[in-house]
Design a binder for this molecule. Sequence first.
Ligand code: XLS
Ligand code: NI
Ligand code: NI
Length: 435
Amino acid sequence: MATGFFDGIERVRYEGADSTNPMAYRHYNPDEIVLGKRMEEHLRLAVAWWHSFAYEGGDPFGGSTLVRPWHPQDNMENARLKVDVAFEMFEILGTPFFCWHDADIRPDQGDLAGNVAKLDEITDYIAEKMEHSSTRCLWGTANMFSHRRWMGGASTNPDPDVFAFAAATVKSCMDATKKLGGANYVLWGGREGYETLLNTDLGRELDHMGRFLTMVVDYKHKIGFEGTILVEPKPQEPSKHQYDYDAATCIGFLRKYGLENEVKLNLEQGHAILAGHSFEHELAVAAADGMLGSIDMNRNDYQSGWDTDQFPNNTPEVALAYYEVLRAGGFATGGTNFDARIRRQSIDPEDLIASHVGGFDICARGLKAAAAMIEDGGLEAARRERYAGWETDRGKAMLASDLESVAAKALAEGINPNPRSGRQEILENYVNRFV
Ligand code: XLS
Ligand code: NI
Ligand code: NI
């Protein structure tokens, strides 16, 4: 039976770029073939349970602004109602995937056994809903940052009992993700970091985090979970110093603990901005090491210095992000999760739908622009030309040589290299033809 929450809102359909209907897709056309593959299969768009259904509109200065029939979120009846509404929204949008934390879908019981039991119960209910839906689970994860027990970290907590609580929590979330056929399992190091070095044994905490992740990987193999394990870098918030600062830091961490072939990265636009990078930089860093797993699509405020998790709306930025994704060969198990929430004044059910309509559309538009650039080949041709010297026998031989021989040859030949233009503006103008 319908919940009535979205009464009056119809299934969103593709109407083409000329449509002026605010509740229609102008670019998101799931069946459209882009570079030989359906658009839906390229993007693998996902709705985030925490922002769309669990967020109540609070900010550091005030509490709830969103009034929902599934509030208060402290009992199973409302948790089930929330699931019903979620699947109605997935249907309206034609959502391919969803993502969740344990805390988004089950009411907190305040103790381990209770939390695990309720997670099992609610994911049974979600699994039933999935039987009558085409929406799949992109990933599950554990919220190990909201409750006060996690204030000093989860796997990096000074108290071994918190490590144990974290292990049991992640195990239950991995079991639930497997039950829901999840394509990935994500670990974002919520409070894995520190506030002050004065009380922190940094080296020990990193070792514990490495050991914890190794346990996660071992358990994945033990239960035959076929999805990818992903870690999500973020530089600040909530801890002053987050251990998973950015893509490069995470890659170094994974190599240190021998996990580079087991774990990939889930990269988020807003986190890249907080780290002082562009999103495409983070994607390129991960791709260069074969570790680009999945993305959290959103948009961060460029001035405020905190994670605003807005819906994306900048075509050139999104196009450059998907350009890196396509260049890396596209998503395998990963996808595009909208780690984005409506603003606290956007209180209507319609806002919840419209925000995703815009998000789906901007990703579709960015993907099409990126694909057009790939097909045209202009950027790759320019790059090839710029590095052409390294494709010559001379360039290759030098890399296989040693410092002394290279130096001797350079002196003997009397080389005096001529600088060449980097052609940045020409390339920026080129990109602007597509976006
Ligand atoms: C927070 C993170 C979080 C992860 C999942 O900033 O983006 O939402 O994606 O725990
Ligand atoms: Ni985030
Ligand atoms: Ni995220």
